[in-house]
Every structure is written in C-alpha cells, then in structure tokens.
Design a protein. Structure first.
Length: 67
C-alpha cells in the first residue's frame, strides 16, 4: 500500500527471486522442491475503483499467461 508502481515492481521481483532460488522441504523421504511463478503489480490510478484495478490486473495476468 502507498508504494509507487516502480518501487512495488522492484519489491515483487526481489521476492520472486528469493522464492525462485529456495528449495522447500517436502518432508521425510521426499526431495525438496522449487517454486516457479510470475509476479505482477497493479497500481490504483486516481479516480479508479478497486474493482476496476482488479479487472485490469486480471486482464494483464491472462495476457502474460498467453505470451
């Protein structure tokens, strides 16, 4: 909250990098696993409703998946 888009994107990319290179314990007699995922940031624009920003973020996510 209250973070400009570029700073939020940088934070999200840092989190993704740490998670992406972390091997998680899967329990006894199981191999550790690594998580692969994408992150994104949606910035609420002045006058925009929460529903509108979520709709825009959802559309961006679907476009990224299709690429």
């Amino acid at each position: 909250p209250a973070t400009p888009g570029p700073a939020a994107r940088l934070a999200a990319e840092r989190i993704a990098a740490v998670i992406g290179c972390t091997a998680f314990d899967a329990g006894p007699d199981r191999s550790p696993f690594v998580v692969e995922f994408r992150v994104g940031v949606a910035e609420l624009m002045p006058g925009e409703s929460a529903a509108a920003v979520l709709e825009r973020a959802s559309a961006d996510l679907h476009a990224a998946r299709a690429a």
